[in-house]
Ligand binder design. Structure first.
Ligand SMILES: [Zn+2]
Length: 388
């Protein structure tokens, strides 16, 4: 087994720009050398290394998904350990090398139990941590969450979930305008857990208050929150204007009109956007009937909707499709797309020293894309998940 690899001939996207015909040297699980930006690279001649010719391809950092409920027919909220691993693997095949597993609203005891199971997978390095979406969300903006199980964000309950995750709680989405919301944001921030504003009915002013208290993420901006109106700009304006906030966007062509995506991208700037999947079980699997927590979902032509009421219920997106759409339909640059899919979410998770960009010393997590931006290879910690 070759422990060293040279990836040669591709356009390599570095934090400083794209290098045409660059060579990336992988040693073991890490990136050992990347090409120097702005110059053709002829270095990295290593004896013993397996050379992979990637002429005509792109090499970009592995994708980081902050918000993902499942895939490959498996759910992170209800599946067994094997199911969760299957879902994680499905997304890896599509370039997601770092994944935060999201839960949906459930009973407190059930969520604490799920946090226990998921924290073991985080300890093994299979997932990057846990995102709790609900139960502390607004009944007015519940989306595909079970209304009967929603509750106000009592800091004692929030604390219970943080503890159950044994250091692996990365993010919690809440409606910060509910009683206990601001205290819960403070508690999350004190524990180093991202407080994400979402499934919210907050006003502009209430959202500003939550950001001042320490909230730093907008959960799928635009979806499950009041719209932008001229005398009531609501959470969207507050979240977009504040430099401290990163906004999640579901770039699947269903959740957002391209003009809404463009508005967000231009207002927040390329360093404050994170493309997420918000994927459910059907991602990378197919149409059919599924359960999202306790609710039944029908997936038709890749769009997931609640059987009762017809609310959009997560996506069937994989991040490779978000990448391709960003470059070929939204007209964003490859470099800005890499920021939204890798660098920004990695920074937000506090993991940018190991993932999120192609730099020496970081994990050898990368995606090989062809000229049409379809995945041709996925390398995770130096091992091929998809061999080009
Ligand atoms: Zn979600």
């Amino acid at each position: 087994m070759a422990t060293s690899k040279v990836l040669a001939g591709a356009q390599v996207v570095l934090p400083t720009g794209t290098v045409p015909d660059g060579r990336v040297l992988i040693e073991g699980t890490r990136i050992a050398r990347v090409p120097v930006s702005g110059a053709h690279d002829t270095g990295a001649t290593v004896t013993d290394a397996e050379t992979v010719d990637l002429t005509g391809h792109w090499v970009v950092p592995g994708f980081v998904d902050l918000h993902n409920h499942g895939g490959g027919g498996a759910s992170f909220t209800s599946g067994t350990v094997e199911d969760v691993l299957k879902g994680v693997h499905t997304h890896r095949l599509h370039g997601t090398t770092t994944l935060v597993a999201s839960t949906v609203t459930g009973e407190m005891d059930f969520l604490a139990q799920r946090a226990g199971l998921l924290s073991e997978l985080a300890e093994q390095g299979d997932i990057a941590g846990i995102h709790f979406e609900g139960p502390f969300i607004s009944p007015c903006r519940k989306g595909a969450h079970s209304e009967a199980l929603l509750r106000d964000p009592d800091p004692a309950d929030v604390r219970k979930l943080i503890d159950a995750a044994r250091g692996h709680a990365k993010m919690l989405t809440l409606a910060t305008e509910l009683p206990g919301g601001i205290d819960s944001v403070r508690l999350l921030a004190e524990h180093g857990v991202i407080a994400a504003i979402g499934h919210t009915d907050a006003t502009y002013e209430q959202t500003v208050e939550a950001i001042d208290a320490g909230a730093t993420v907008a959960t799928h901006l635009f979806n499950a929150m009041p719209g932008l109106a001229h005398r009531a700009p609501g959470p969207i304006a507050a979240l977009l204007e504040d430099e401290r906030v990163t906004v999640e966007l579901i770039n699947d062509g269903t959740h957002l009109h391209p003009a809404a995506l463009e508005l967000a991208f231009h207002r927040a700037g390329a360093d404050r956007v994170a493309f997420i999947t918000d994927a459910m079980d059907a991602a990378g699997f197919g149409d059919g009937r599924y359960m999202l927590g306790p609710l039944e979902v029908e997936v038709r032509e890749s769009v997931a909707r609640l059987v009762e009421g017809g609310s959009i219920a997560g996506s069937t997106l994989t991040l490779d499709r978000a990448f391709k759409r960003s470059v070929t339909i939204d007209g964003l640059s490859v470099e800005d797309t890499v920021r939204a899919l890798s660098a920004n979410p990695a920074r937000l998770l506090g993991m940018y020293d190991t993932v999120g960009s192609l730099e020496p010393g970081k994990d050898a997590d990368l995606v090989v894309l062809d000229a049409d931006f379809d995945v041709k290879g996925v390398l995770r910690k130096g091992a091929w998940v998809v061999e080009p």
